[in-house]
Design a protein around this ligand. Structure first.
Ligand code: GAP
Length: 468
């Protein structure tokens, strides 16, 4: 994990937030390459789950919604975590996590009273070894005020999930599209939670991004649809290049279900710090639509066009955290490989040596569609104007279709290494032969194999490799 964190900063993927001011508790900024990965993930998700399907529509709701939304959804009342404080250092901790670390099972499902008794029974101390305060519930929603007057009337919340905008717009969408049950609404965007403890890099953040689907079904179909979406989520993980053996479905016990859910499966990933939730799939019943209908007084029932029946649809919710996806993708892609002389191209140099004296290369083996840069174009020598002119020509041509970089700095071997480190699938080198026979060297990131390709066939070759 520490290697991936260091690599992320070094290679311009993820920086500590507000870095020059010493950072801000677990806030991170995506750099030039990180934002490309993030966009590739969100765009691919959108294409797969919205554009390529006839039963899905997208939307993009406001971050700040009418606070009555959060009353109706149960978040004002129930979106709480149990908090304790170290009496000496005044550091705050999530009590269910402390109890689980002390071997207590299902701590999340315990009442405040039960947790308080457990503290006494186990003589539980803070991680610093000090006495703990009595636990209390802490609401995770960030509060702010609309307009210049900071009073209760103007209090609003930053959304803790993207989901609610999709429920609140259900009627609008039914009235303005031709969608009929079963169908889904999708949204991607930021969510905010004032988590008591954060950590593990971009795993638990206070500001993070979600990609969510609310899929509306007839009540009797919920089980079938739940199974269908579970499979879809696994296929998406496969597409991301995540190893199957690192993914586990956790059937959330009844006592631990969120206030809106009748069944939830957490899809967990083997992070280096343990098996933790990556995504979730929940059967939200008709909880949200019903509550919004009651609280707003608006009839948001759906009318079956064939039977004329009016009813409130039930909801299957597949939810995907973007930052947790990126963390899993980086961990999967990060490889250190010993490069022996038989596999290393003669022009390739290395900067690091293994314990056995071989060369080590860091290579990010992203699925090709995910790589931030798809093609790098190099002139063999920076000082040879004929080579740089030709390389620039090829670069300008390629970048119309693919995210490409022109790179003329340093020895060619170093340039290969630099692009291995950011996961560029193809490097193209223009050398003196190019000027004679209009061919270039094409080098593959994973095998490091090089072959000569005619410039006129370059686009076809790239399309074969990058769309495979
Ligand atoms: N609408 C349902 C919902 O929000 P959730 O399990 O609370 O469900 C959905 O969150 C997903 O959002 C999680 O599976 C996870 O990927 C991501 N997520 C939740 N809290 C997060 C946090 N503090 N930091 C980063 N990602 C988070």
């Amino acid at each position: 994990m520490h290697k991936v964190v260091a690599w992320s900063k070094r290679r311009g993927f993820i920086y500590p937030g507000s870095d020059i001011y010493g950072g801000l508790a677990n806030s991170w900024d995506y750099g030039p390459l990180g934002v490309e990965i993030k966009r590739n993930i969100c765009n691919e998700w959108w294409k797969r789950f919205v554009r390529d399907r006839e039963d899905m529509v997208g939307m993009d709701g406001a971050l700040i919604m009418n606070p009555r939304v959060w009353e109706a959804s149960g978040h004002v009342e129930g979106f709480n975590d149990p908090l304790v404080e170290d009496k000496k250092t005044h550091e705050r901790y999530r009590l269910d996590h402390l109890l689980e670390d002390a071997g207590v099972k299902n701590a999340e499902a315990m009442s405040l009273q039960e947790m308080s008794e457990k503290i006494k029974e186990l003589k539980l101390k803070s991680p610093k070894g000090n006495e703990l305060t009595e636990p209390k519930m802490f609401n995770l929603m960030f509060e702010t005020y609309l307009g210049p007057v900071k009073n209760e009337e103007n209090k609003v919340y930053l959304r803790p999930e993207t989901a609610q905008a999709m429920f609140v717009n259900f009627k609008n969408i039914i009235n303005t599209t031709r969608q009929r049950v079963p169908f889904g609404i999708a949204q991607t965007g930021k969510a905010f939670r004032n988590e008591i403890t954060t950590g593990n890099f971009i795993f638990r953040l206070r500001e993070f991004e979600q990609m969510e689907i609310e899929y509306f079904v007839k009540e009797q179909d919920w089980e079938k649809q739940f199974e269908y979406w579970l499979k879809e989520m696994h296929l998406w993980l496969e597409h991301l290049g995540i190893s199957k053996d690192k993914i586990h479905d956790l059937e959330v016990p009844k006592e631990e279900l969120a206030h809106y859910s009748k069944r939830t499966v957490d899809i967990e990933y083997d992070y280096p710090f343990g098996k933790k939730e990556l995504y979730g799939l929940a059967y939200r019943t008709d909880f949200d639509l019903k509550n919004h209908m009651e609280a707003s007084g608006e009839d948001i029932r759906y009318t079956d066009t064939e039977t004329g029946e009016k009813y409130v649809p039930h909801v299957i919710e597949p939810t995907f955290g973007v930052d947790r996806t990126i963390l899993a993708v980086l961990l999967e892609a990060y490889n250190e490989e010993e490069v022996n002389t038989s596999t290393r191209a003669s022009t390739e140099l290395s900067r690091t040596s293994s314990a056995q004296g071989g060369d080590i290369r860091v290579v990010m083996k992203f699925p090709k569609w995910l790589s931030p840069v798809k093609v790098a174009v190099f002139p063999l020598l920076k000082k040879d104007e004929k080579l740089t002119k030709k390389a620039r020509e090829i670069f300008e041509n390629v970048r119309n279709t693919y995210a490409a970089e022109y790179d003329e700095g340093g020895a060619i071997g170093k340039r290969y290494r630099r692009h291995d480190e950011i996961g560029t699938p193809v490097c193209i080198t223009v050398d003196h032969d190019t000027l004679e026979d209009d061919t270039v060297t094409m080098r593959d990131r994973d095998s490091m194999e090089q072959k000569r390709v005619k410039i006129e066939e370059l686009k076809d070759e790239l399309s074969k490799i990058l769309n495979s």
